[in-house]
Design a protein around this ligand. Structure first.
Ligand SMILES: Nc1ncnc2c1ncn2[C@@H]1O[C@H](COP(=O)(O)OP(=O)(O)OP(=O)(O)O)[C@@H](O)[C@H]1O
Ligand SMILES: [Mg+2]
Length: 421
């Protein structure tokens, strides 16, 4: 005979309610801070435990110390009156830390930081709390190992996730981007902190809003619970405000940068500067498997429009010589070191003197999407771009920008243009 427990809980409308009641094999509650994720996780596991005597599950936190800060206090908040009667904590501080229930159920409490230990047992369910946290590394391996543990016979199997989103990481790929997410039962319940307003201390949301500022990526992630690509962006300072139609103004200097591709696109990006050193950029060419004729024509068009030199990827020595033979003034760029290329973009952006032509869609997409490679969620590498994000227009632009800054270095006053009519 199982003990009947009656607890009066009102689930928050939205993500918490959807997540708790979901019978999907892979439900995920991804929400803002304090949106009720851990509470949702505890209530979900509790309900399953009541309905499924004898079932076993595993609850993970990023690191072991967090059980005392997250899972257990929440369990006590909602079901504390049954502690000692229906459930008890056992094995505290050891490898077999767990919650035992008098109906034969067990919740094993395990840290995701040691995925190699998430093997050798059989459970009906798993709940990964703060699965997006990268404290001690990405939890993707823990997730994969846990999927293989869901095989306790006679029970419905599921693996749930409760976490604040953190960029376009493995969770985003698994629950949002993957074309098979629906088929495999990966169901996302996104929720904002506002959904739990009633249960939060007065002033909590206001304080968070002040700290994170509505509209910023941080606010969208931490309060609204949205997936925002934040930390990994190579050019985070580039915003919509820096995109405008190409102006009808007199430029003092126009050059172009060239990145050679074969399978990948060949790009020609113009950088033009005016007398106040504001820089405008636009694309003349962005083409995969670009033939010579198309390339030469694009260069000529740019020259007809006032581009004086083509600053090229320094590793394309043969192509540069070939361009010169075609009558195109081509030079090696000063450097193709990654820091130099990145700085060529970020310095003028930080100084607020860079604008990109609205019709240069490839260039805009690259600038807004280029991300650093990540080592399976550990700290970012800033010496390599992610393999998945294209950087051809970015590079073309960088070569042009480096040279433009040499022509008009900081503090250099351009001669005034006198036009005699
Ligand atoms: N349905 C509910 N009824 C009553 N209180 C709730 C409910 N859901 C959450 N709470 C309370 O709201 C507070 C925040 O909830 P919880 O800790 O689950 O949020 P969280 O999203 O996990 O927060 P964090 O981002 O800090 O991990 C807690 O005090 C919790 O007890
Ligand atoms: Mg929590």
């Amino acid at each position: 005979m199982t003990t009947a427990t009656q607890v009066d809980i009102k689930l928050n409308k939205g993500a918490q309610d959807g997540f708790v009641r979901s019978e999907a094999p892979f439900p995920a509650f991804m929400g803002g801070q304090g949106s009720g994720k851990t509470a949702g996780g505890v209530i979900k596991c509790w309900m399953y435990t009541i309905d499924n005597p004898g079932s076993r599950g595993v609850w993970t936190e990023p690191v072991a110390a967090m059980f005392q800060e997250s899972c257990l206090p929440t369990l006590r908040t909602f079901f504390g009156e049954y502690e000692g009667a229906f459930w008890q904590e056992a094995g505290k501080g050891g490898p077999n830390h767990r919650i035992e229930f008098s109906n034969g159920c067990v919740w094993m409490l395990k840290a995701a930081e040691t995925p190699e230990r998430l093997v050798g047992f059989e459970v009906a369910w798993a709940l990964m709390n703060e699965a997006g946290s990268t404290e001690h590394g990405s939890q993707e391996q823990a997730y994969l190992n846990l999927v293989g543990r869901l095989r306790q016979k006679g029970f419905r199997h599921w693996l749930g996730v409760a976490t604040t989103p953190s960029g376009r990481n493995w969770l985003w790929k698994e629950w949002v981007e993957s074309p098979t997410a629906k088929e495999t039962g990966h169901v996302l319940f996104p929720g904002s902190t506002f959904e739990n307003e009633e249960n939060l201390p007065d002033g909590y949301i206001e304080r968070m809003s002040k700290a994170y500022v509505p509209g910023t990526p941080m606010y969208r992630e931490r309060v609204l619970g949205e997936f925002v690509q934040m930390s990994g962006l190579v050019v985070p300072g580039f915003t919509d405000k820096m995109i405008d139609p190409w102006p009808d103004e007199l430029f003092t200097h126009k050059i172009a940068g060239v990145d050679f591709g074969s399978q990948s696109p060949t790009t020609i990006i113009e950088a033009a500067t005016n007398s106040s050193r504001h820089i405008w950029l636009r694309e003349w060419l962005y083409k995969r498997e670009c033939d010579d004729e198309t390339f030469v024509k694009a260069c000529r068009d740019a020259m007809d429009d006032g581009v004086t030199v083509f600053v090229c990827d320094p590793s394309g020595k043969d192509r540069i010589e070939w361009m010169c033979r075609q009558g195109i003034p081509a030079f090696k760029a000063e450097s193709n070191k990654i820091e130099r290329r990145v700085k060529a973009w970020t310095s003028p952006i930080a100084e607020g003197r860079l604008t990109v032509d609205r019709d240069s869609g490839f260039l805009i997409r690259e600038l807004t999407g280029l991300v650093w490679a990540d080592r399976r969620g550990r700290d970012m590498e800033t010496d390599k771009f992610s393999q998945n994000s294209p950087d051809h227009a970015f590079d073309g632009g960088a070569y042009a920008l480096m040279s433009l800054e040499l022509v008009a270095p900081r503090g250099y006053k351009l001669p005034e243009l006198v036009i005699n009519v």
